[in-house]
Design a protein around this ligand. Structure first.
Ligand code: FE
Length: 204
């Protein structure tokens, strides 16, 4: 039997989208993840899996705390550009954005979230390219009753359709960046959103 893996099947696992905030001791930082799960009930534990290439991975590994901001469906594309398409190493993600501080001292967005949770790392699992943080919840609040932004809703309704024109090549499914060429290098990383070759598809 020939087994094949159609990675598009993975997109049929339902995902929400979240801004994870942290602080490296100098400034507040935030970035976007979809890999969040509640993994136990009593006590409540939440897992957050983070690519090691993200600056926030190292910050959260050192500090052991983060806030999870659950993005709601009314969030504009600019929120994803702000937190998803730049690095906290060299940009201030909170410049000109309204936010407040929860009891752990970390930022909570004022708009476009429906809940937030403050998390403290209990276990760290090394998954080679990624680190998985298994966390206790120290604070949780519902902010609004607007539905959660799912990854598929973002893909269909929030992300602008890429202007491919007559270009040939591969388009980043996350941000719309186009790589022009006949073959996409397997280790290619999107210069805009830093997602890898797996998130590209041929321009149609
Ligand atoms: Fe991209």
């Amino acid at each position: 039997m020939i087994e094949t893996i159609d990675t598009k099947a993975f997109f049929n696992i339902g995902y929400g989208l979240y801004v994870v905030t942290s602080n490296d001791g100098k400034k507040d930082n935030g970035f976007i993840v979809n890999s969040v799960n509640q993994v136990t009930n009593t006590p409540a534990r939440i897992s957050v899996t983070i690519n090691k290439q993200n600056y926030s991975h190292d910050v959260i590994k050192n500090e052991g705390v983060m806030n999870l901001n659950c993005i709601s469906k009314d969030a504009p594309f600019s929120l994803f550009q702000r937190f998803g398409f730049a690095s906290g190493r060299d940009t201030d993600k909170f410049s000109g954005l309204e936010a407040w501080c929860s009891e752990n001292g970390l930022m909570v967005l004022k708009d476009h979230i429906n809940s937030f949770m403050s998390l403290r790392t209990e276990k760290y699992i090394d998954l080679d390219t990624h680190g998985m943080f298994i966390c206790n919840v120290t604070n949780a609040k519902v902010i609004s009753d607007t539905a959660t932004m799912t990854y598929s809703y973002y893909q269909e309704n929030v992300k602008p359709k890429p202007q491919t024109g007559n270009k040939k090549g591969f388009v980043c499914k996350v941000c719309g960046y186009i790589y022009e060429g006949d073959e996409l290098p397997y280790d290619f990383v999107c210069p805009v959103c830093k997602h890898g070759a797996a998130d590209f598809e041929p321009v149609k």
